[in-house]
Ligand binder design. Structure first.
Ligand code: GLA
Length: 541
């Protein structure tokens, strides 16, 4: 047979071969197994999400693997070399101000050889609110997807007190404002601004880098920083040159909360690296440790790093971050902790502030497998758990981040000071309004936080949406906070009798008005605006 057109027949043959091979590939391609989605973050690191997939015809099912909770793969289909599926995550209420949120992430990819070129859209973007992320979806092994083994843990003992933080630590932390968008240049700028804005003069000293500085490990297993932080030692030297101190962040698990390299199996080595860089403060965040250890292991896991820091060769303030689980205020000091988080994450909203500051946001005790969590406690309930050098930490400040009113930020700052909380500003110090600066540098209120006696606060009264706290200060003065949680102004009174100063000659100062208050009679009454506070310092003679 002779061909009418050799070119046409060649084209037809080619088309046939392409169709047949496509059919063959697809017939042969069974996606059942373990897969990883790897996408570059732009700082030298990759996000990695693991899946176990099952294929039946064109339908793909399965679930995420390796994380704290497994989420099912929905709407999965593999057709004509294209894979698509969705995963819905329900955010932890405790971590996000009590509002559980369901976020859906969609994955869409095209088969190229034995991998997919894939785009991930939506979902767990975090505070930075990421757009679509492109990367590769490739086969992996079950072992790579699974958390590593639990390490043997030391027997419990009391870690020697490092004698740091005799008053609650003051400084700044990158997370609330910057999340992953923090780098060497911004940290230097913040250190400069801490000095030029008057924050340093008001007592702020630590410049703390939170999550996302990490890269991986070198050939000797030493942790390394990513391209956002080219030289940690040089950065620490710079911060020190300003008369300030520098902090860093890690986790006892293999990954940090943002999925970066962490200290699992390298605890002592990392403590030494941090000391060699000149680090003065470590925030140690549970996160992926929860996939390896149980809550019953918390104390031993934190003790391990507490011991490692003491041997690291430099005083390093130790900040525990495990969201208040297992009554950390009962053992945080024993593991060498200078402060410990008492709740999940704060966010820049009145709802979050009100819940963490006044509500039952503190985990009430030990969670038992298969049982509901014990009822939550308030910051006030656990105030006795903090002692000099070992402070309760209701999370970092949101003052100045823009989503609360000036009155709400004053309430935030006043309450944190009455609670003797660490004061870690969480805003951009390079760009502060006068209002923000005047709140953060109110030395009258800061003096309450930093009072050397470090005594716990007492509740004087609580009626409806109003609450009055007091705290005895060194030398006999009394700090008073009159808070209005309600949505309209309210008269709030405090009687001199309830403060134990009835009949004495009183001098009273309003710490936000920076003025003396004229007092007469047996009580003081103030009209307090919605979500506002009146803060007093009472001197009785
Ligand atoms: C957790 C902590 C936060 C912050 C992030 C970083 O959510 O509670 O304060 O450190 O991790 O990923």
């Amino acid at each position: 047979m002779t061909s009418k057109s050799p070119l046409l027949s060649r084209v037809l043959w080619c088309a046939l071969i392409v169709m047949l091979s496509a059919l063959f590939i697809h017939a042969q391609t069974d996606l059942t197994g373990f897969w990883v989605f790897k996408a570059p973050r732009g700082d030298g690191t990759f996000t990695e999400s693991y899946f176990e997939l099952k294929q039946s015809g064109e339908t793909i099912t399965g679930n995420t693997v390796g994380g704290r909770a497994q989420s099912p793969v929905n709407e999965g289909a593999f057709r004509d070399g294209k894979l698509r599926f969705a995963v819905s995550f329900t955010g932890r209420g405790g971590q996000k101000g009590g509002t559980p949120q369901t976020l859906t992430t969609t994955y869409e990819g095209t088969l190229q050889g034995d991998k997919f070129a894939m785009t991930m859209t939506g979902g767990r973007g975090g505070r930075a609110g990421r757009g679509p992320t492109t990367g590769e979806f490739q086969r992996t092994k079950a072992e790579a997807a699974m958390p590593p083994a639990k390490l043997p843990l030391p027997a419990l003992h009391d870690v020697r007190d490092n004698k740091l933080a005799r008053t609650p630590p003051m400084g700044w932390n990158s997370w609330n404002k910057f999340a992953g968008a923090i780098d060497d240049k911004a940290v230097r700028g913040i250190a400069d601004a801490m000095v030029s804005s008057g924050m340093k003069k008001a007592g702020y000293v630590y410049v703390n880098i939170d999550d996302t500085w990490e890269l991986g490990r070198d050939a000797n297993g030493n942790i390394t920083s990513n391209t956002k932080f080219p030289n940690m030692k040089a950065l620490a030297d710079y911060v020190h040159s300003k008369g300030l101190k520098i902090g860093i962040y890690s986790s006892p698990g293999p990954k940090t909360c943002a999925g970066y390299e962490a200290s699992y199996g390298h605890e002592a080595q990392d403590a030494k690296t941090f000391a060699a860089w000149g680090i003065d403060y470590l925030k140690y965040d549970w996160c992926s440790a929860g996939t390896i250890y149980t809550d019953a292991d918390l104390q031993a896991v934190y003790q391990k790093m507490g011991d490692a820091l003491l041997k690291a060769g430099r005083p390093i303030l130790y900040s525990l971050c495990q969201y208040g689980n297992n009554k950390v205020w009962e053992w945080g000091a024993k593991v060498g902790g200078n402060c410990w988080r008492t709740t999940g994450d704060i966010n820049d909203s009145w709802q979050s502030l009100d819940r963490i500051g006044f509500g039952t946001a503190v985990p009430g005790g030990i969670r038992k497998e298969g049982e509901p969590a014990p009822p939550g406690l308030t910051q006030y309930d656990i105030a006795q758990g903090a002692t000099v050098g070992h402070w309760n930490d209701p999370d970092m400040l949101e003052v100045g981040n823009g989503h609360m009113t000036t009155d709400e930020y004053k309430t935030h700052f006043s309450l944190w000071c009455l609670l003797r909380a660490p004061l870690l500003a969480g805003n951009d110090l390079r760009d502060m309004s006068d209002d923000t600066k005047s709140i953060l540098t109110n030395t009258d209120v800061i003096a309450i936080d930093q009072d050397p006696a470090g005594l716990p606060l007492k509740r004087v009264s609580q009626e409806g949406n109003t609450v009055v706290y007091m705290r005895p200060l060194k030398g006999g003065d009394i700090a008073v906070g009159m808070f209005n949680r309600g949505d309209r102004a309210a008269d709030i009174s405090v009687s001199w009798d309830s403060l134990g100063v009835a009949g004495k000659k009183l001098q009273v100062r309003d710490l936000w008005k920076h003025a003396a208050v004229t007092v007469s009679g047996d009580k003081y009454t103030a009209n307090v605006s919605t979500h506002a506070v009146v803060m007093l310092r009472v001197t009785a003679k």
